[in-house]
Design a protein around this ligand. Structure first.
Ligand SMILES: [Zn+2]
Length: 293
């Protein structure tokens, strides 16, 4: 009985749909699918708690779809989309604790409606150091020395900054943002695992120098630099952050896991560089990445 009634209602709704609204709905659906695809991929390499926040984001999108179905205004739809965008921005900290703080502020300031209290529940259940975060995305290029990229990305090169692990990430970002810095990298991973992007992947970093194979050259690679000294090794948090970042980059750029290499493995002549050194077990890291792809 209820089902029949619902079906009737649905049919009436469908009939009420004019062409413009239908087209808008399809656009929304497509957008939702795109976001879902990207976010699902990211979620796989994040803590399971990430799903809670992604669910909240999709909650917003489906609310938007419902608003549209009910003939609510375009304005409502835009508001919901803006909320989803704010949540994604709030997560781009490279640090789950900072991300949680941002989410809390958004809810408190009423910049996102947490009607189902999903975000609050996530914040309450989160353990320090765990949870949702996205790598810091810099809109502008921060590294000063780079080249236009002229071909596809085919490999990922792992480096050490060869500065003490205690060196602050902010100092290194500052260092690479000066034109007199000797080169660049795409990502920096600090001792606490905080990840900062200082060069968009669309550009080629100046990081590798002469390489044994064109696919490992600056033009064809993405460089990740771990803050630390090759002969001392790296913190566990850095290795975990590296694995997560590698999965993300490899997936987005369709990179073969075997083409994730250390700088020392591709230099010409051999031995020109020693980073990331003997303490970073790249074979093991590749295995972890492979299992998460
Ligand atoms: Zn290097």
């Amino acid at each position: 009985m209820i089902k029949e009634e619902e079906q009737k209602q649905l049919e009436i709704l469908k009939l009420e749909f004019d062409r413009g609204k239908h087209r808008d709905e399809m656009l929304l659906k497509r957008e939702e699918l795109e976001v879902r695809k990207t976010e699902t991929l990211r979620a796989r390499w994040q803590s399971p708690l990430f799903l809670a926040v992604v669910a909240a984001i999709f909650g917003l999108f489906s609310n938007a779809a419902v608003a549209l179905l009910n003939g609510k205004s375009e304005r409502d739809l835009e508001d919901k989309k803006a909320e989803a965008a704010r949540i994604i921005e709030a997560l781009k900290t490279g640090n789950p604790d900072v991300a949680a703080e941002n989410l809390k502020l958004l809810v408190e300031a009423g910049l996102v409606t947490d009607s189902a209290s999903k975000i609050q529940a996530y914040l309450n259940n989160r353990q320090p150091g765990e949870g949702a975060q996205l790598p810091v995305a810099t809109a502008a290029t921060q590294a000063k020395n780079y080249k236009q990229r002229e071909g596809p990305i085919r490999s990922i090169i792992v480096h050490a900054t060869e500065t003490p692990r205690t060196d602050s990430l902010d100092n290194l970002v500052e260092f690479y943002s000066k034109s007199e810095s000797p080169g660049s990298t795409h990502y920096l991973i600090g001792a606490d695992g905080r990840t900062v992007k200082i060069l968009d992947e669309a550009y080629a970093a100046i990081a590798v120098g002469p390489a044994s194979d064109p696919k490992f050259s600056n033009q064809s690679s993405i460089s990740i630099s771990l803050v630390g000294l090759s002969n001392e090794g790296f913190a566990e948090e850095q290795v975990t952050a590296l694995e997560n970042l590698l999965v993300d980059i490899a997936r987005r750029n369709h990179i073969d896991v075997n083409d994730i290499v250390g700088h020392k493995d591709v230099t010409v002549p051999p031995g020109r560089k020693i980073d990331p050194g003997p303490h970073l077990d790249l074979e093991k890291i590749r295995a972890v990445v492979r299992s998460k792809l």
